[in-house]
Design a protein around this ligand. Structure first.
Ligand SMILES: Nc1ncnc2c1ncn2[C@@H]1O[C@H](COP(=O)(O)OP(=O)(O)OP(=O)(O)O)[C@@H](O)[C@H]1O
Length: 577
């Protein structure tokens, strides 16, 4: 409720007009039966044609104004609803953008997608109803009830007697629907999760002929979603016939009692007709409001899920007034760095790591799989924060930087190349918004991508399909390298970014990078010794510890771990034996 209220109150002007329209509409709806009763009891009873005509014209004008009020209400309600949901979606998106890896893992990517899309949609549905019905019905109910009691207190008592039963029904249904709504939304998260995995892993599924298994897996969560939805909808739809039943009983009883009073001469026909209209309005308002009341738990579950995502604080916080400028560019130092993933404090993945890297230097990292190479380099752009020790970039602790300024110093090329939908040009400019075509072509040349891009009929304007699926792994990697080169950062970080390139291309790309990055600091993580053997310095990692540091030749002599890796990949000649 807090979330919906907060965003709704941002539209105070529109809310005011929404309220005016509701109020006007109610006055008109309740004025009509009064006019009708006057027409019957005064005009018709006295055969006064002029009076009937006068009231008739007044009623026509009132009806037209009522229609205009209703149309305007629709307009204001729609504007508020769309404003509110668009703002929620936008703010949530911005919030998610600022999450660190930890929060993505904690809340789950699929769940975050459901929150931005379906949960926001649930709120929109609720708001649409609330701003019209939720505003109108309480006022209509109270005003109608007042008119009911004013027209005939004795008949009105029957209406009052029926109310507690209606109230108990509504509260009970709202109570039952809350856990069912929560279950339904979390089942939707699971559907989204499987769908995402399936669509992105389609090739693997086909290669392993596992379509049937996946169908069964999806079927299971789909059934669970269907079951929770069925239970919820069954509960909601059972409420309406129940209310209508009670509604009709009250109406029938009142018409019967009203006829008895007319017979006895204590009630006039016009009054009974107006009375029935008022009861209709009162009970119908109650019923409509109860629908809102029953819809609320569902919207509240969605609002809570969005609120939870909004309230989640990223563990990586941007320092206020953080450092934006430094005297030098590209100096890196790890000082006794220990790191454990959040929630795994007892088993650090990096232990007491210390090393330096300077502009013009290429420092490589090698080690067995799982030794902590990717983790170590992710600490530099603060994708995670160190648990102990410090990382200095140009003499400043990375935690003391303005995070954007820090990341602008770095060109990060991750293990699996990520391309965005759009053209090749758009993707390359991701590194530098105002890069000229000449700069883009230069970067493509460094990444050895000129040839395949120029062979494409649309060249730089070629559209990249979702996930870059219209390019090979090696082509994607080269485009990702070019994107980083466009930025001309002070520090390049290649996280196993040459793995999908053949040996010749790998060598050419590195040669060109060496030529182009004479002033930059280059960090390369690799599995292939041939990729890093020419680096100025190689750091050997083993189970999170730095167990060797030096040139290829030095390490062959001093590090048994390095020697084992190298001897498993290189020939005796290459090993110099
Ligand atoms: N998000 C995470 N949460 C918890 N543990 C993680 C996470 N990511 C990695 N790890 C663990 O950290 C250790 C180091 O992983 P890392 O990816 O840094 O190794 P690596 O040397 O880069 O491996 P590879 O060469 O296979 O890419 C592994 O034991 C891994 O299970």
């Amino acid at each position: 409720m807090k979330l919906m209220l907060h965003y709704t109150l941002k539209n105070k002007g529109l809310l005011f007009f929404n309220f005016i329209c509701v109020f006007g509409f109610i006055l008109i709806e309740l004025g009509l039966p009064t006019l009708l009763s006057q027409m019957i009891d005064v005009g018709v009873a006295n055969n006064d044609d002029a009076y009937i005509k006068k009231i008739g014209i007044t009623m026509l004008v009132v009806v037209i104004v009522g229609v205009l009020m209703n149309v305007s209400l629709g307009y204001f309600m729609t504007r508020i609803t769309t404003n509110v949901t668009a703002s929620i979606r936008q703010d949530l998106f911005v919030k998610i953008q600022n999450y660190s890896h930890n929060e993505y893992e904690q809340l789950g990517v699929s769940s975050l997608i459901t929150r931005v899309t379906n949960d926001a949609y649930q709120i929109m549905l609720f708001m649409q109803n609330f701003l019209r019905t939720g505003f109108m019905t309480p006022m209509m109910f109270i005003a109608s009830l007042y008119m009911v009691m004013r027209t005939s207190g004795s008949l009105g008592t029957y209406v009052l007697l029926a109310l507690p039963f209606l109230l108990i029904g509504v509260v009970a249904i709202a109570g039952f629907s809350n856990p069912l709504s929560r279950k339904q939304q979390s089942n939707l998260d699971r559907i989204n999760n499987i769908l995402r995995e399936n669509l992105s892993g389609l090739r693997v599924i086909r290669a392993f002929v596992n379509e049937h298994f996946e169908e069964k897996r999806f079927g299971k969560v789909n059934d669970a979603y269907e079951k929770s939805s069925k239970n919820l909808f069954r509960l909601m739809s059972s409420a309406q016939p129940g209310f209508f039943f009670l509604f009709n009983i009250v109406m029938a009883y009142i018409i019967w009692q009203g006829s008895v009073q007319i017979d006895a001469g204590t009630l006039e026909v016009g009054n009974l007709i107006a009375f029935i209209e008022y009861i209709f309005h009162a009970l119908f308002s109650f019923m409509l409001f109860s629908t809102i009341f029953m819809m609320y738990p569902r919207a509240a579950v969605s609002a809570n899920r969005i609120q939870e995502a909004m309230d989640t604080l990223p563990i990586i916080e941007n320092k206020e007034n953080g450092v934006t400028k430094t005297e030098t560019e590209g100096y890196l130092a790890f000082d006794d760095v220990t790191f454990a993933y959040p929630g795994h404090a007892e088993s650090p993945v990096i232990r007491d790591a210390s090393f330096t890297a300077s502009p013009g230097e290429t420092v490589a990292f090698i080690g067995s799989t799982g030794s902590g190479k990717s983790t170590l380099i992710q600490l530099i752009p603060r994708l995670y924060d160190v648990s102990e020790g410090e990382i200095l970039v140009d003499g400043v602790d990375v935690r003391d930087y303005d995070i954007d300024a820090l990341r602008k110093k770095i060109g990060f090329i991750p293990q699996s190349a990520v391309l965005f939908s759009g053209t090749i040009r758009d993707n390359l400019r991701y590194g530098k918004e105002d890069a000229t075509d000449a700069e883009l072509e230069e970067a493509l040349d460094v990444a050895q991508a000129t040839e395949f891009v120029s062979e494409l009929s649309d060249g730089l304007d070629t559209q990249i399909a979702e996930g870059g699926s219209n390019f090979s792994g090696g082509q994607k990697q080269r485009l990702a390298i070019a994107r980083a080169v466009v930025r001309r950062p002070a520090i390049y970080i290649f996280d196993d970014s040459f793995s999908a390139l053949d040996f010749a291309t790998d060598a050419k790309v590195r040669e060109r990078i060496n030529e182009e990055t004479t002033d930059a600091t280059v960090l390369i993580v690799a599995q292939r010794v041939s990729t890093i053997m020419n680096a100025d310095r190689i750091i050997v990692l083993n189970e999170g510890n730095i167990v060797g540091e030096g040139t290829h030749e030095e390490l062959l002599k001093t590090s048994s771990v390095y020697y084992d890796i190298a001897s498993s990949q290189l020939s005796k000649e290459e090993l110099g034996q």
